[in-house]
Design a protein around this ligand. Structure first.
Ligand code: ADP
Ligand code: MG
Length: 579
């Protein structure tokens, strides 16, 4: 291996955490932190090259540019055409990712990606259980860094391009499920955009992404088959969740979640009888809808079969047959890529038990949860994603979720752009997240919308809906009557404090994971206030009503009437813009 390839370049964005460096902090940075950071990156690159040695033949891996719970992303260069060096992003998926999950992510990129602001894929490498997706590299800004320096026109362009991407994936029946700034790359100078990260994507009932059909059907199957608690664990964005191997902590987290649910002042019930149910301590995790940690046992020991899958060979990826059945089941990543869809379905099938009979109880409509309801199994609905971006129907575990959930997340992004606050909502659990939504959209409105999708939400105190323009102008400091620092959005990291939540909504549930934070592993979700505080006033003194009208339609509590990506592109907010 050429050692030169392993020397990382300086990534300036990583150095921004010391905003006003003092002599001491610079000394600490230089003497202690930089060598440690570089050593760590160098080691990670070495490990990657050992795990997938064929990468070395093609790429010079320069730096690590992203590390999340589910993947590490590296910047590499490659001479794919003679005389032309290209920048490539290499996404190394955690080896415990489920094969069907990996294959589905890859299929989203290959089938829907490569145009309309959706990231494409160039190659995919595998060795044993290590999978690396090679994508065109798009240099991008940190959302937090630029939030308050964006002109109003740039905000319009950002949202317009996000809707172009969402329209594209929704046409393919892909629900992204994790729309947030760190998954929508933005190069401000080049005005380039790319939606990335289909690691949590699910399919609509008529999805054109074959493998997503299996991802979705499993989620539905689990709804009826699982008697153990799956609901609150494994939230992607709630990065308080433990590392894959730390199963003891997972169990502990589940237990604490149960307790706090029992004392919550907001209750969600489905139909007449369904309640939050009992908490089992099984370490079994859902693969589908939430990323899987639980397949250590399936790590292959077979001899390596290295593959290079070209972007244009989508059909091959789906239809290629496994060499043997054993290969298909034991070799995680490539097996799934090569497995026929039928084989995938049978691989995923589980023995199911029938749904339990409905028992009636007398706690409906009260703020108590009776023992009958406490003993019910947990309802399972897809709930992956980042809590602050989750739609009300996700937070209330509505089983019928559609592409509308991505539109809600886009609305939360627009809310950040218009208010200048990011993250806007920051909650470590679903009930807190729902309470925070109520403080903006109103408790009565939320309860009413929940009713429309079959959920009964009880709230101990009524809070009115806020006027979106007034709210955003106050937060942005454009309202001359309110000093900018006097107002903070609910749960905004800068003022995240349970007292605030309690006073807003009576007694809302306390934050359950004290260690929970959206920040871990998702760097641009960190921090509370934009680092650049100088608001670029260009266009901000006369934000048209259309902006708030679109925001209102995106943050429609009812998914059935929420605006679609296609309709959003035609909204007057984007008049005079064309794709
Ligand atoms: P994860 O599933 O771990 O969140 P992502 O696909 O979202 O992985 O990638 C993590 C980060 O890596 C992104 O937020 C982005 O900063 C960077 N990244 C991912 N893909 C690319 C790309 N094609 N070009 C440039 N940076 C990328
Ligand atoms: Mg991501």
């Amino acid at each position: 291996m050429d050692n030169n390839q392993l020397i990382p370049t300086v990534n300036c964005s990583r150095l921004k955490f010391l905003e006003k460096p003092t002599c001491t902090s610079l000394f600490i940075l230089k003497v202690y932190l930089l060598p440690t950071i570089f050593k760590g990156i160098k080691k990670d690159i070495e490990k990657l090259c050992e795990a997938v040695p064929q990468l070395v033949n093609v790429f010079k891996i320069k730096d690590k540019i992203g590390e999340g719970t589910f993947s590490s992303v590296y910047l590499a260069t490659a001479q794919l055409q003679v005389g032309h060096e290209e920048k490539i992003a290499l996404k190394h998926l955690i080896p415990t990712s489920h094969p069907v999950r990996i294959a589905a992510e890859l299929q989203c990129l290959t089938v829907a990606g490569g145009q309309d602001n959706v990231m494409g894929v160039k190659y995919c490498f595998r060795k044993n259980d290590h999978v690396v997706i090679a994508m065109p590299y798009l240099e991008h800004e940190s959302f937090l860094d630029i939030l308050n320096s964006l002109s109003f026109q740039e905000v319009r362009e950002y949202m317009f391009n996000l809707f172009i991407a969402l329209k594209r994936i929704h046409q393919f029946g892909i629900v992204h499920r994790d729309v947030k700034p760190s998954n929508f790359l933005y190069n401000r100078r080049l005005k380039k955009y790319a939606l990335v990260d289909f690691g949590l994507a699910q399919g609509t009932h008529d999805t054109k992404i074959e493998l997503l059909k299996f991802v979705q059907s499993e989620a539905q199957q689990e709804d009826c088959s699982q008697s153990k608690y799956h609901g609150v664990t494994g939230q992607k964005g709630s990065l308080s969740r433990p590392a894959p191997k730390n199963l003891d902590q997972q169990c502990a987290a589940k237990t604490s979640v149960k307790r706090s649910y029992a004392s919550a002042q907001i209750h969600i019930k489905q139909g007449k009888d369904a309640k939050e149910g009992s908490v089992g301590l099984s370490v079994q995790r859902s693969v589908f809808g939430e990323r899987n940690f639980n397949i250590h046992s399936s790590i292959s020991h077979e001899s390596p079969a290295e593959k290079l899958i070209k972007q244009s060979k989508t059909v091959d990826i789906i239809s290629r047959k496994p060499a043997t059945k054993k290969t298909a089941m034991s070799t995680k990543a490539v097996a799934s890529v090569t497995m026929s869809t039928k084989a995938v379905a049978s691989a995923m099938r589980k023995t199911t038990s029938p749904c339990p009979a409905v028992l009636t109880c007398d706690c409906y409509g009260t703020d108590k949860v009776c023992s009958i309801c406490l003993s019910r199994r947990q309802q399972v609905a897809p709930r992956a994603g980042t809590p602050g971006f989750r739609a009300p129907e996700v937070l209330t575990k509505c089983p019928n979720q559609t592409t509308a959930i991505d539109m809600w997340s886009a609305g939360v992004i627009l809310l950040s752009l218009l208010s200048g606050r990011y993250p806007f909502y920051k909650a470590s659990d679903d009930l807190t997240a729902l309470a925070q939504i109520m403080t903006i959209r109103g408790s009565r409105e939320t309860i009413q919308a929940a009713k429309a999708f079959g959920k009964s939400v009880l709230c101990s105190k009524e809070v009115p809906a806020q006027d979106l323009r007034k709210l955003c102008e106050r937060l942005r400091g454009l309202d001359p009557t309110t000093p900018k620092l006097a107002v903070d959005p609910p749960g905004c990291a800068s003022l995240e404090n349970t007292d605030h939540k309690a006073s807003s909504l009576g007694q809302t549930p306390p934050a359950q994971h004290s260690e929970g934070s959206l920040c871990k592993g998702d760097s641009d979700d960190c921090g509370s206030r934009p680092r650049e505080c100088t608001t670029n006033l260009e266009g901000w003194d006369s934000v048209p009503d259309e902006a708030y009208d679109l925001l209102d339609k995106l943050l429609d509590l009812n998914p059935a009437s929420r605006i679609t990506a296609e309709a959003a592109l035609l909204h007057p907010f984007f008049k005079d813009m064309s794709s």
